[in-house]
Write a protein that binds this ligand. Structure first.
Ligand code: G1P
Ligand code: MG
Length: 226
């Protein structure tokens, strides 16, 4: 068990569950309807960004408040249809084992997501009670890359930011973790996640030994992606 209390703060979409692809498909459907060009590369910029900022980035201009509300609602309806397909235990490979391993290792666990649907998704997966703290887009005013979500999570865990490790698939999430003064592991695209202390291609590659190493500040040697 760590001598000083340490925390691991997980992002949800794209780290715990494959819902980042649902967000992409929902944004893509809206973009197609609006005649706006949008692809997976453009979607990288939306990862981790709250709904309103995502819409404005996708559109490239402000269409006015009424349209903003209508389009956000439309995208969310498409997203929720896909979330309906999530079943208990549908986490990405390795997530279950990792959460059990970290918990038994004495780490405090938090979930921090810009999404307002985070609790719904956690409930569908059946893992809400695994986390000692959950912070989402409903209870924060600023989304990633602002550090607010992570700092709130650390506060609720009762762990110093410098003793927290953030696990993120978004460039905005790694930026938020760094701004919060936390350690970072990036999951996915090495170019987008270049600022992370350690990069893996899948959540399944993370284990408690890696978490301990990154938290000790001994992991600036580069990427583990492959
Ligand atoms: C929001 C955004 C989405 C972003 C996601 C990150 O979710 O819509 O673009 O990728 O957060 O977790 P929402 O509140 O719409 O579920
Ligand atoms: Mg994510």
């Amino acid at each position: 068990m760590p001598e000083i209390k340490q925390g691991v703060i997980f992002d949800l979409d794209g780290v715990i569950v494959d819902s980042a692809v649902f967000h992409y498909r929902a944004w893509k459907k809206l973009a197609d309807e609006l005649g706006i060009s949008f692809n997976e590369q453009a979607n990288e910029k939306l990862r981790g960004i709250p709904r309103r900022e995502s819409l404005l980035a996708l559109m490239g201009f402000n269409p006015g408040e009424d349209k903003i509300l209508e389009y956000m609602d439309r995208k969310n309806t498409y997203y929720l249809e896909m979330v309906e397909t999530i079943k208990t235990g549908d986490m990405l490979p390795g997530v279950d084992n990792l959460l059990v391993e970290l918990k038994s290792g004495g780490f405090k666990l938090a979930l921090a997501s810009s999404s307002k649907n985070a609790r719904l998704v956690l409930g569908k997966l059946g893992i809400t009670t695994v986390f000692d703290a959950i912070v989402d887009g409903n209870e924060t005013t600023k989304g990633k890359p602002d550090p607010e979500l992570f700092l709130k999570a650390a506060h609720e865990l009762g762990v110093l930011p410098s003793s927290c490790l953030v696990v993120e698939d978004a460039e905005s999430g790694i930026a938020a973790g760094i701004a919060a003064g936390m350690h970072t592991i990036g999951v996915g695209n090495p170019q987008a996640l270049a600022r992370a202390e350690c990069i893996v291609s899948r959540t399944a590659q993370i284990d408690s030994a890696m978490v301990i190493k990154v938290l000790s500040g001994d992991s600036h040697s580069g990427s583990d992606a492959g």
